[in-house]
Design a protein around this ligand. Structure first.
Ligand code: HEM
Length: 414
C-alpha cells in the first residue's frame, strides 16, 4: 500500500542510482520536511521536532541554515583535529589490546564518534563518558541491552537522551559565552539562523543533531568496514602492506556496507519517476543500499574492491542534504584503520554473521549485541567472534536488471 491508502503505511522504494539522485536533487518536489525523513508516521509533536532539524528542512529555510553552519565542517577545519583523532584511536587500541575480551562494536568503535565530536565541539574530557551514554540512549532503542536500560529507568531513552544532551549543550554554550575558546561551540554562538544568532534552544538542538547524525553511522562504518576486510583477507593484506590504499578502502567500505539504508522524502505534488507515477503525499525512500550496487554505475557491483575508482557511492546522500560530516567521517575512517592495522598484526574472524538486516534504517541498530564480540587472541591480534551485519541487495536479484521493471518498487514492509 502506498501512503494515503487504507493504512497509510506503504512507500515507493527508489532503487536505482540515477533515480535516488533525481529525488535528492529535487527537494521541492520530494520534501524532507513534509513527512520527515523516516518511513514511520510520526505524531504531530514528533514531526514538528523533526522539522526543526537541518535534515528535515526544505528550501529556502534549509539553504539558509546550511549556508551558515557548513563553514564549520570544511575539510581543512577537520584536518585541524587529525592529531587528536589519532590520539583517541591509539588510546582505544591500547585499551582493546589490554583487555581480556572486548566487544568490538561497543568497546572499540562506539566510543570514537562521541570522543571526536567532543573534540570538535570543545567538550571537556571528563564529560565525554556522559555524552556517550546519552547518545547511546538516543540511537540505541533497538539494541536489547539499551532498551533494557529504558525499561529499568521507566523512561523513553531517546527523548531522555535528547533532553540531557541539549541541556548539556546549553550549559556549555553559556560557559563559552563567558570564556570563548577555539572550538565549534564558540563559533556556534556567532552563527546566525533564521536571521538572528542561534538561541539556546537552537544550539541545544543542533548539538543533538550532530551527535545523532555522527554516532551510529561512524560506528557502523568502522565495524562493517572491518568485517568487509576480514571477509576479503587478500585485500586486508594489501592494505597492511600499502597504507596509501586506505582512503579508497574506506570509500569502498562505505559503498559496500553503507551505514544508512535509506532516507525518506514525501512527494509534495503529483510527479513521475522513471515512468512511474507518484502521487502527492506518497512516501518515497531513497534506498542507498541498492543505489550503491547499481550495475549501471558500478562494475561488478556486488564485489568488494578497495581499488574501485571512481566510486560515486551515495552513502553520504547527495545534493541538498549531502552529509555535513562527510570530511570528519572520512578522516575518522582513514585514521582508525591505519591505527587498527598498526596495533594488531593479526585479526581473525570467528563465527558466522547474523542474518542481514534491511530495516531498521541504520545497519548497526539491527545487529544483535551478541554478534559484536571481539576477543584479543594474544597481545598482537584480535578475533571477531561474530561480526556485524553484512550488506544485502534491496531488490530481488533474480530479475533481469535486479531492480524490477522501473527500479522503483512498491513495498509493503512498513
Ligand atoms: C560514516 C558516517 C556517516 C554517514 C554514512 C552519514 C550519512 C549521511 C547521509 C546519507 C546524509 C544525507 C541525508 C539526506 O539526504 O536526507 C547525511 C546528512 C547529514 N550528516 Fe551525515 N553521515 C555520517 C557521518 C556524519 C557525522 C560524523 C556528522 C557530524 C559531524 C554528520 C552530520 C550530518 C548532518 C548535520 C547532516 C544533515 C545535512 C543537511 O541536511 O543539510 N554525519 N549524513
Amino acid at each position: 500500500m502506498v501512503a494515503g491508502h487504507a493504512d497509510g503505511t506503504g512507500y515507493w522504494a527508489v532503487l536505482r542510482h540515477a533515480d535516488v539522485m533525481h529525488v535528492a536533487r529535487h527537494p521541492v518536489v520530494f520534501s524532507a520536511a513534509r513527512g520527515g525523513v523516516v518511513l514511520e508516521d510520526l505524531d504531530p509533536d514528533q514531526l514538528a521536532m523533526m522539522q526543526d532539524m537541518i535534515l528535515s528542512m526544505d528550501p529556502p529555510r534549509h539553504v539558509e541554515y546550511r549556508r551558515n553552519v557548513a563553514p564549520h565542517f570544511k575539510a581543512r577545519v577537520m584536518a585541524g583535529i587529525e592529531d587528536q583523532i589519532r590520539a583517541q584511536c591509539r588510546s582505544i587500541m591500547v585499551d582493546a589490546s589490554e583487555r581480556g575480551e572486548v566487544d568490538f562494536v561497543h568497546d572499540v568503535c562506539a566510543p570514537l564518534p562521541t570522543q571526536i565530536i567532543g573534540e570538535l565541539v570543545g567538550i571537556p574530557d571528563e564529560d565525554r563518558a556522559n555524552i556517550h551514554h546519552w547518545a547511546e540512549r538516543i540511537t540505541g532503542g533497538q539494541d536489547d541491552e539499551i532498551a533494557a536500560i529504558d525499561e529499568s529507568q521507566g523512561d523513553d531513552g531517546s527523548m531522555e537522551g535528547s533532553i540531557q544532551l541539549a541541556m548539556y549543550a546549553i550549559g556549555l554554550a553559556n560557559e563559552r559565552r563567558a570564556d570563548p575558546r577555539d572550538d565549534l561551540m564558540t563559533l556556534m554562538l556567532a552563527t546566525e539562523v533564521d536571521g538572528r544568532p542561534m538561541d539556546e534552544m537552537g544550539i541545544g538542538s543542533f548539538f543533538v543533531q550532530l551527535i545523532v547524525a555522527g554516532n551510529d553511522t561512524s560506528r557502523t562504518m568502522l565495524s562493517s568496514g572491518l568485517l568487509a576486510l576480514l571477509q576479503h583477507p587478500d585485500q586486508l593484506a594489501e592494505l597492511r602492506a600499502d597504507r596509501t590504499l586506505i582512503p579508497g578502502a574506506v570509500e569502498e567500505m562505505l559503498r559496500w556496507a553503507n551505514p544508512l539504508h535509506y532516507f525518506r522524502r514525501t512527494a509534495a505534488e503529483d510527479t513521475e519517476l522513471s515512468g512511474q507515477a507518484i502521487a502527492a503525499g506518497d512516501k518515497v525512500a531513497m534506498i542507498y543500499t541498492s543505489a550503491n550496487r547499481d550495475e549501471a554505475v558500478f562494475d561488478d557491483a556486488q564485489a568488494f574492491d578497495i581499488h574501485r575508482s571512481p566510486n560515486p557511492h551515495l552513502s553520504f546522500g547527495i545534493a541538498e542534504h549531502f552529509c555535513l560530516g562527510v570530511h570528519l567521517a572520512r578522516l575518522e575512517g582513514r585514521v582508525f584503520f591505519d591505527e587498527l592495522l598498526d596495533s594488531f598484526s593479526t585479526i581473525e574472524l570467528i563465527g558466522e554473521p547474523p542474518p542481514p538486516a534491511l530495516e531498521p534504517q541504520q545497519r548497526a541498530q539491527g545487529t544483535p549485541r551478541a554478534a559484536r564480540r571481539l576477543i584479543p587472541d594474544d597481545s598482537s591480534g584480535i578475533a571477531l567472534a561474530s561480526p556485524p551485519c553484512i550488506p544485502r541487495r534491496v531488490s530481488d536479484p533474480s530479475g533481469p536488471d535486479h531492480h524490477g521493471p522501473r527500479g522503483v518498487e512498491r513495498s509493503q514492509r512498513l
